[in-house]
Design a binder for this molecule. Structure first.
Ligand code: ATP
Length: 560
């Protein structure tokens, strides 16, 4: 198991803790380990560049993971735009004009406080250091006995309660020996030792007690250069979010799509953040995908002047103010999560407090999922006022105003932003689907069945098709006919290898909701069962006979 976990346990600078400190319960850690192992074994998720030792914060999706991800994005896209009259899509470039990030505030403020260990140079996010108590051992410097040289540099190390003081002294000696590995530690005399008790301090490396640097802001944007010359003038950034492209294309979309406010623009795409501590498997990655909607609405004053007519979408009103739209989108998003198999009781909500809100935001609610390593954010839904469009209006000098035919007024629209992460959602769906249960086989032996209970709508493979025996050409031929009947409509997996029970188990682990077996009755051994198959349900493991002619309609009703 350790091997399976190694890729995301401790790799390179800054990857100090994979599982967050809130991952307290050993049982849950166990569960997470099993999930990670299954993801690799069955081809859901692989570590990026694994054969070269991996690269921290980057992940690849294997055959099953790629299907799952496509299905989730397709469902989001369908529900956000194709099923609605008032949202249109966009697919923008990843690298955009660097001024965009000045206008949005990312160049100056998109940063996390970062600290480095003075001994190992390992990097941590300052706000993620667990508070520690103990005794601080302080030194003014050290003398190297072999050379007679003295280093006058202060250093501190924290000694946890119960540890031997030599532990702190060893850390201090290692610090003073830095850059001179040949010096034996016993040849270093520490100077000016003083001790002070501390409570709940975050100034020391939790792994070795060494003092950390003061926090410094670390901009999370990945920098690159456009064109052949690497100069300040050619600097550009990989986008840290997909949202800004939507704001800067607001006018083009408005002019080309004949939409009227309230309306939205949505986008799915890659985003990049040079996170200081990527951790919790794929939860916090450096390259990830977002699914974002910017839903443009009238200011409350403009909405109040609008007639109370129904808008294009059932259940919404043209004259709603920001609070109603915000509530509406929270409800819509929760319904969507339910539709792909995340029950309401697996979710939680965090309403940001007034003092936590960005200065322009009116409200932000985070939709959280109860991961095995803690309850954490899947999606944020923010009422952002008209900050973004106003900023781009100011920085670009181009008007972002909208002319309202109904009120005959011009204004910069306000926005509600439901912003979700694809990878976090995939991880939530995988955690949610994973189940182990004890079952008894035909011979009465008990065994553990691992089953991924994905909702059929998002399951990577919808149905497995199995001829009972592979050495009976008539069975194989019929099974291939069934496969070809279903294949144009869904992802089908054909498998003829091994005992039928083993084939079912393989599909259980892949999360395939249905299995179809073609047997001798299908061929007409019992004439009344000719052209029927057994249809096995992944969750109940119940099998029923169904005519081949009814399969497609049945399966489509489950996966749509
Ligand atoms: P966090 O507080 O967890 O860093 P955030 O509030 O900065 O997230 P947003 O900027 O609101 O995140 O991004 C919207 C969504 O994008 C998040 O809800 C999350 O699902 C996803 N996301 C953000 N950062 C990452 C990341 N490093 N790895 C994977 N997904 C991410």
């Amino acid at each position: 198991m350790q091997d399976q976990l190694q890729p995301f346990l401790d790799k390179g600078n800054g990857d100090s803790r994979n599982f967050a400190p809130d991952m307290a319960e050993p049982k849950q850690t166990d569960r997470m380990e099993k999930i990670v192992s299954l993801c690799k074994r069955r081809g859901f998720i692989f570590q990026s560049s694994e054969i070269y030792g991996g690269i921290n914060g980057f992940w690849d999706y294997g055959p099953l993971g790629a299907e799952l991800k496509r299905n989730v994005k397709e469902k989001w896209w369908r529900s956000m735009t194709q099923d609605r009259e008032d949202v249109v899509g966009l697919e923008a470039s990843i690298i955009m004009h660097p001024k965009i990030w000045e206008a949005s505030g990312h160049t100056s403020t998109f940063s996390d406080p970062m600290v480095d260990c003075l001994l190992t140079k390992k990097r941590f996010r300052a706000d993620q250091i667990e508070p520690q108590s103990g005794t601080v051992y302080k030194y003014t410097g050290a003398t190297i006995k072999t050379t007679g040289t003295t280093v006058n540099k202060p250093f501190e190390a924290l000694l946890q309660k119960g540890d031997h003081p030599d532990r702190a002294r060893k850390v201090a000696r290692q610090f003073y020996a830095q850059g001179n590995a040949e010096i034996p530690l016993d040849q270093i005399d520490l100077l000016g030792e003083e001790t002070t008790p501390v409570e709940n301090s975050t100034r020391y490396n939790p792994e070795n007690g060494s003092l950390l640097t003061d926090p410094r802001p670390f901009n999370l944007m990945f920098k690159t250069y456009v064109g052949p010359i690497e100069s300040e003038d050619s600097v550009a950034y990989l986008r840290p979010e997909t949202a800004q492209a939507i704001f800067v294309q607001f006018k083009n979309v408005l002019d080309s799509s004949r939409q009227k406010v309230p309306f939205g623009i949505c986008q799915i795409g890659k985003a990049f953040r040079n996170e200081i501590n990527p951790r919790n498997y794929t939860f916090r990655s450096r390259e990830f995908e977002q699914m974002e909607l910017e839903f443009f609405i009238k200011s409350d004053e403009a909405a109040a002047k609008t007639p109370a007519t129904a808008s294009n979408n059932p259940g919404t009103q043209a004259n709603w103010g920001w609070e109603q739209w915000h509530k509406y989108w929270v409800d819509e998003r929760v319904k969507w999560y339910e539709s792909i198999g995340l029950d309401r009781n697996t979710l939680d909500f965090y309403w940001q407090k007034k003092e936590e809100l960005a200065h322009y935001a009116k409200a932000t609610v985070d939709i959280l999922y109860k991961f095995p390593f803690g309850t954490q954010e899947l999606e944020g839904i923010a009422a952002r006022g008209n900050f973004d469009l106003s900023q781009h209006q100011q920085f670009s000098g181009k008007s972002m105003e909208y002319f309202d035919e109904e009120t005959k007024e011009r204004f910069v629209p306000h926005v509600i932003e439901p912003s979700a992460g694809v990878d976090r959602l995939i991880l939530a769906l995988i955690c949610n689907a994973f189940a182990e249960e004890e079952v008894t086989d035909e011979k009465g032996n008990k065994e553990t069945r691992v089953v991924m209970r994905f909702h059929p709508r998002i399951a990577p493979v919808k149905v497995g098709v199995f001829p009972l025996l592979k050495n009976k050409p008539e069975l194989v031929k019929k099974a291939m006919e069934v496969r070809d009947l279903l294949r144009p409509h869904m992802n089908v997996f054909y498998d003829e290898a091994g005992a039928i029970g083993r084939r079912y188990r393989r599909q259980d682990e892949a999360g395939t909701p249905y299995g179809i077996t073609i047997d001798f009755d299908t061929l007409g051994e019992k004439p009344e069962l000719k052209d029927t198959v057994t249809l096995r349900d992944r969750d109940s493991m119940k099998q029923e006979r169904m005519p081949i002619s009814e399969l497609l309609a049945f399966l489509l009703s489950k996966i749509r």
